[in-house]
Design a protein around this ligand. Structure first.
Ligand code: HEM
Length: 157
């Protein structure tokens, strides 16, 4: 009984964390909402729950990568490839955003000359990242909806 409770509370924590990641991601993708400085600081804040999201799904990550060259169900293989691309793209967008920073880095006393190449990488890849994030959400939609109903709307499923 105690175990089940623990498991439920972990799922609940994952759900609220994922909702926070989603809300921050949407905010970051609409810089008009926060202004450019806000966009940069909110992006830095976003990194923390994003990393916790990876840590909480670490068991799955290790399990699929330990079977990299072995047979895996098609859906799991697709998720593995998609999530890897998503991670690479996320890293690229955060990295390029950081080196074209106009507010946060200068406020921290770090001054880097802004390179138009990295700027176009940042804006171009951010659009692609939005699409990839949307597909990631769709692939986990059933989990999100059933746990949202259970923990937010308090409906049993
Ligand atoms: C998940 C991370 C991030 C996402 C999804 C993201 C997304 C975006 C989007 C959608 C735009 C507007 C693009 C356009 O106008 O077409 C933008 C612009 C910008 N972002 Fe980010 N961003 C992220 C992280 C960062 C970080 C960490 C920084 C700096 C600390 C940053 C700095 C900038 C700057 C300076 C611009 C304006 C670029 C320009 O004027 O062309 N971004 N970002």
């Amino acid at each position: 009984m105690q175990n089940t409770d623990k498991k439920f509370s972990l799922t609940q924590f994952k759900l609220f964390l994922d909702l926070a990641v989603l809300a921050l991601f949407i905010t970051v993708n609409i810089p008009q909402l926060t202004g450019l400085a806000g966009h940069e600081w909110v992006s830095f804040v976003f990194v923390a729950p994003f990393l916790v999201h990876l840590v909480l799904n670490w068991k799955w990550i290790v399990s699929v990568f330990s079977r990299l060259f072995k047979k895996l169900p098609g859906e799991t293989r697709f998720n593995q490839i998609w999530d890897t691309l998503l991670f690479i793209m996320m890293t690229l967008v955060i990295f390029s955003g950081t080196i074209v920073s106009e507010a946060a880095l200068p406020a921290l006393g770090i001054h880097i000359e802004i390179d138009p190449f990295w700027r176009s990488i940042h804006t171009g890849m951010a659009n692609l990242l939005m699409l990839m994030f949307g597909v990631h959400l769709t692939l986990h939609w059933k989990w999100i909806v059933s746990n949202f109903r259970r923990y937010v709307l308090q409906k049993t499923v």
